[in-house]
Design a protein around this ligand. Structure first.
Ligand SMILES: Cc1ncc(COP(=O)(O)O)c(C=O)c1O
Length: 302
C-alpha cells in the first residue's frame, strides 16, 4: 500500500498467502489500484500483464502452500523494463538462502514470525530495500500509520538472528531427508519439496537458493485421511506457523487458505488432502518415525 496510489497497476502471482491476496484484491482495489493476478510460473503471462502503467510487481519467491518456485531474475527483468518495482515475499526462501537482491528484487519482505523468531513467540516483519525506497517511501508510511514492532519483540527478533543460520541449515538438512523418505511412500498422491529432483523447478531452486527450504507439502488423498494423519502425529504439532524450531503441520484448505473460493483452490492445487509440513529442529530419525507411523495409522480409503 505504501508504494502505490490510485490509478497505479500492480501485477502479482496468483499463488499467495491468503492475507496477501486480501490486501491485493480487496484493500488496494478500494483505493483505485488495479491488480492483475497471473500464474507465477508462466513468463508469457507476466510479460503480457506488465504494462507501462505497472508500478509494482509482487510474488512469493516460493509460494505458500504448493511451493511453486518463481524465476526472480526473469520477472525482475520484465518489471524493470517498464520501470516497475519488484517486491518479493521471501519467507519460504528464508533469509539464509536468499539471493533475491542479487537477482534484481528491489524490496524483500520477511514475516519475522517465521524463521527469524523461530520459536513462535512474537509477530513481526522485516522490509529490506535500497535507502531510497526504505527512507523515502516505506518509513514515512510506517511512521504515520503505526505499523511498528514493540521494543520487546524487536529485541527478541534480534537475539534470534544469532542462531538463525544454524537453525535454518539444520532444518533444511532434515527437510531433505524427510522429503526423500516420503517420496518412497506409495500411499501419497504428491510430495512437493523444491529440494527434490522431482520438483518441476528443481534446477531453478538450485540456482536461486541452492537448497529447497524448510517446508514441504504432501497430499494424503482426502481431508478425512489428512485429519486422521495429523491427529495420529505425536511429535509434529498441528498449527499454522512455519519456520519454527518445532515441526508443524497445517491443513491449508481449512485454515490459511480457507477463504479462497473452491475454483481458486483448484487452480492453485490446494486439494482437500494437501498438508503443509514445516520441518523443525527435532531429530530427523524421530520425525521420520512419527510421519511413517501416523501415515500407517491413517490408512487409505478404498
Ligand atoms: C508467505 C507468507 N507471507 C506472510 C505471512 C504473514 O506473516 P505474519 O503472520 O507475520 O503476518 C505468512 C504467514 O503465514 C506467510 O506464509
Amino acid at each position: 500500500a505504501a508504494m502505490t496510489k490510485a490509478g497505479d497497476h500492480v501485477v502479482a502471482a496468483r499463488a499467495l498467502f491468503g492475507s496477501c491476496l486480501y490486501v491485493l484484491e480487496d484493500v488496494l482495489a478500494r483505493f483505485g489500484v488495479q491488480v492483475t493476478l497471473v500464474d507465477g510460473l508462466d513468463m508469457q503471462a507476466w510479460a503480457e500483464a506488465i504494462t507501462p502503467q505497472t508500478r509494482l510487481v509482487f510474488f512469493e519467491s516460493i509460494s505458500n502452500p504448493t511451493l511453486e518456485v518463481i524465476d526472480i531474475a526473469q520477472v525482475s527483468a520484465l518489471a524493470h523494463a517498464v520501470g516497475a518495482y519488484v517486491v518479493v515475499d521471501n519467507v519460504f526462501s528464508t533469509p539464509v538462502y536468499s539471493k533475491a537482491i542479487e537477482l534484481g528484487v528491489d524490496v524483500v519482505i520477511y514475516s519475522a514470525t517465521k524463521h527469524i523468531d523461530g520459536q513462535g513467540r512474537g509477530l513481526g516483519g522485516v522490509i529490506l530495500g535500497t535507502k531510497d525506497v526504505i527512507r523515502g517511501i516505506i518509513e514515512p508510511f510506517m511512521k504515520h500509520t503505526g505499523g511498528a514492532m514493540s521494543p520487546f519483540n524487536a529485541w527478541m527478533m534480534v537475539k534470534s538472528l544469532e542462531t538463525l543460520e544454524l537453525r535454518v541449515r539444520a532444518q533444511v538438512e532434515t527437510a531433505n531427508a524427510l522429503a526423500e523418505a516420503l517420496l518412497h511412500r506409495k500411499d501419497l498422491e504428491r510430495v512437493i519439496y523444491p529440494g527434490l529432483k522431482t520438483h518441476p523447478q528443481f534446477a531453478l531452486t538450485q540456482a536461486q537458493m541452492g537448497a529447497g527450504g524448510t517446508v514441504m507439502a504432501l497430499d494424503v488423498g482426502s481431508k478425512e485421511r489428512a485429519f486422521r494423519f495429523m491427529n495420529a502425529l505425536e511429535i509434529i504439532l498441528i498449527s499454522n506457523n512455519l519456520g519454527d524450531s518445532k515441526s508443524i503441520i497445517t491443513h491449508p484448505a481449512t485454515t490459511t487458505h480457507q477463504r479462497l473460493p473452491q475454483a481458486q483452490k483448484d487452480l492453485l492445487g490446494i486439494t482437500s488432502g494437501l498438508l503443509r509440513f514445516s520441518v523443525g529442529l527435532e531429530s530427523a530419525r524421530d520425525l521420520e518415525a512419527d510421519l511413517m507411523a501416523a501415515l500407517d495409522a491413517s490408512g487409505v480409503e478404498a
